[in-house]
Design a protein around this ligand. Structure first.
Ligand code: DGT
Ligand code: CA
Length: 579
């Protein structure tokens, strides 16, 4: 299927034409065509072979010819000509948060900015000031946007890091010389973004492990190939470091290389007070003349030697609060909280189906949910306002409900809930009226536009949503897209308070480019008394596997099972949803 390729080039055409200054009517035609083809249920090449391209809504003769040319030759002449005039690098400039086609056009025309690097230089040289419509605040926003883009290139999201680490761990675990292997670092702490991957190995034959590692097919180049340490870059430029340590130090090394750096520093301070020393080789007593090793084989031994309870990796971040070290240092009789686990999750309350922009039918999503042992699944499709996602009209909702009722009648263990991800408009009104909203089992409200509004306005919008008695939760509450878009600005505490007052949950969206709320948000929201729901926002059945990232994020915010709505049994859940 080349549907996505075709959609992408049409989308790029639309953007380039917009930068060029073409009339809206023309650019819109390309965007519309791109959207339609991306959502086409059949293979575009088949449509082309059967000469049916012009039957696709919004595709006329001229576009059909361009698409055919692209499918046949891999090139589109109109595109090639356009990029001679409007440099392709401007497509990346448009992607910089706070820029967009109009400003890209301005910067290109006035400053010859052809790519994000040119833009960075222009900002630093103060060249944006004084351009028409460019305020000091705009420049500040663009500066921030450029920083996000740069960070996005330097750090991958947890989903990518997990996948890459799993491949390396699986390949090395096969060796009989490898006794134990764990991916440590920020990945083990479940941080939302990860810079590089640190793998620790317990083995008595380090040389063999190093040799196999640097020759794995994933490796593009070798930065270092030592006796017990090696470092490589993958074909996607991801850095992976491995270290082999002796069994007697494996736990201490794991503790050290899991970090965070701040957590390690705190541990060292605790050790000093007790006349002990912490290093990657072990926990040592430094009383008297000779150092004596107290622990090192396992992490649990190390914590015990320091007189501390075991601290799960997700809690080793040290967000900067004192609570943590109060908890583990002053009141050692109190164990660290029992954090929520993946097995506690009874269902997913935010997934999409073909009724909006999901790739799978409700039946297929339900089958995947049942295979996970879930007790319920809320199919929460978009509402009409989100046109790009094919939101469900009030008329179609009746048909969708009937389909769900039919499936539930046949289903044994899984209950399918009639859900919606309802759009919040620019003033905090919802896209369905209350009569329609009252018909859903589960309502999660979401912002997908108006990110640029003032903090006051956005706060009001979100508070108003909490006040609607049909709303059960707010989806991806900060709107962040990791490496692409910053969270929008609002008064977090005030929204948390409104959520608590009106019994509305805040979502931890497990989709790896979101992970929103993040660990620190969750930590603070919990202190305000917020309850949470962990959802995957799956647009395909496989996306439901992302739940693990949501649970990790919940654990980073110290959540226990009872803080999370979708750990309830089906009956308890339904009781709780009847507000
Ligand atoms: P990242 O890679 O930026 O996502 O974050 P980390 O935490 O994986 O950081 P990384 O890869 O630089 O180092 C891995 C762990 O090693 C880190 O979490 C703690 C430990 N570590 C690294 N450098 C230092 C250091 O200078 N002092 C201490 N105490 N620990 C360190
Ligand atoms: Ca790392």
């Amino acid at each position: 299927m080349r549907n996505k390729d075709v959609a992408d080039i049409l989308e790029r055409m639309g953007t380039l034409l917009e930068i060029k200054g073409e009339i809206v009517f023309k650019t819109r035609a390309y965007y519309k065509a791109a959207e339609t083809i991306a959502g086409l249920p059949e293979d575009i090449e088949t449509v082309r072979k059967e000469d049916r391209l012009t039957e696709i809504p919004g595709i006329g003769q001229a576009l059909a010819e361009k698409i055919s040319q692209y499918l046949d030759t891999g090139r589109m002449q109109a595109y090639e000509e356009l990029i001679k005039e409007i440099p392709e690098g401007l497509l990346d400039v448009v992607q910089v948060p706070s820029v967009g086609p109009k400003k890209a056009k301005l910067f290109f025309a006035q400053l010859k900015v052809k790519n994000p690097d040119d833009l960075r230089k222009a900002v630093e040289a103060g060249k944006l000031a004084g351009l028409p419509g460019i305020q000091e605040k705009t420049i500040e926003n663009i500066r921030r946007g450029l920083k996000i883009v740069r960070e996005g290139q330097e750090r991958m999201h947890l989903g990518t890091a997990t996948q890459v680490a799993e491949e390396f761990v699986a390949a090395l675990r096969k060796l009989s010389e490898v006794k134990d292997i764990v991916a440590a670092g920020s990945l083990r702490r479940g941080r939302e973004t990860v810079r590089d991957i640190d793998i620790l190995i317990d083995s008595t034959d380090p040389q063999k492990v190093m040799d196999v590692f640097v020759h794995l097919p994933q490796v593009k180049s070798v930065n270092a190939h030592g006796e017990t340490k090696s470092s490589i870059l993958t074909h996607n430029n991801i850095q992976v470091d491995i270290r082999v340590v002796e069994p007697k130090s494996f736990g201490a090394a794991l503790l050290y290389f899991t970090g965070s750096k701040d957590f390690n520093i705190k541990l060292r301070q605790i050790a000093i007070k007790k006349e002990m020393k912490v290093s990657e080789y072990g926990i040592f007593s430094v009383k008297g003349e000779h150092e004596r090793m107290l622990a090192g084989k396992t992490e649990a031994d190390c914590f015990k030697a320091l007189g501390l309870p075991y601290v799960p990796p997700e809690m080793r971040e040290d967000f900067g609060e004192e609570e943590f070290f109060d908890l583990i240092c002053r009141d050692r009789s109190r164990p660290v909280p029992a954090l929520v686990e993946l097995k506690d999750i009874q269902g997913d309350l935010h997934v999409h189906s073909t009724w909006s922009d999901g790739q799978n039918t409700i039946a297929q999503m339900a089958q995947a949910a049942a295979a996970k042992g879930y007790k319920y699944l809320a199919v929460s499709d978009h509402s009409p306002r989100l046109r790009v996602a094919g939101g469900v009209s009030p008329e179609d909702l009746k048909k969708k409900k009937k389909e769900i009722d039919g499936l539930n009648a046949k289903s044994k263990d899984l209950h399918i809930l009639f859900g919606t991800e309802v759009e919040i408009d620019s003033d905090g009104n919802l896209d369905y009226n209350n009569a329609v909203l009252s018909g859903f089992d589960f309502v999660i409200a979401a912002i997908h536009s108006g990110f640029e509004q003032s903090s006051e306005h956005l706060t009001k919008r979100l508070v108003k949503v909490c006040q609607n008695k049909y709303v059960h939760a707010i989806a991806h509450p900060t709107g962040v897209h990791l490496g692409k878009r910053e969270p929008y600005q609002f008064d977090f505490k005030e929204v948390c308070k409104a959520a608590v007052d009106h019994n509305v949950c805040l979502e931890i969206n497990a989709f790896p480019i979101r992970l929103d709320l993040n660990g620190a948000n969750v930590y603070h929201a919990r202190k305000y008394g917020v309850k949470f729901v962990i959802d995957t926002d799956a647009h395909r059945a496989e996306h439901m596997d992302y739940m693990k990232f949501g649970v990790t994020t919940a654990r980073r915010g110290w959540l226990r099972k009872e803080d999370v709505l979708n750990t309830l049994s089906y009956n308890e859940l339904m009781k709780s949803l009847r507000k």
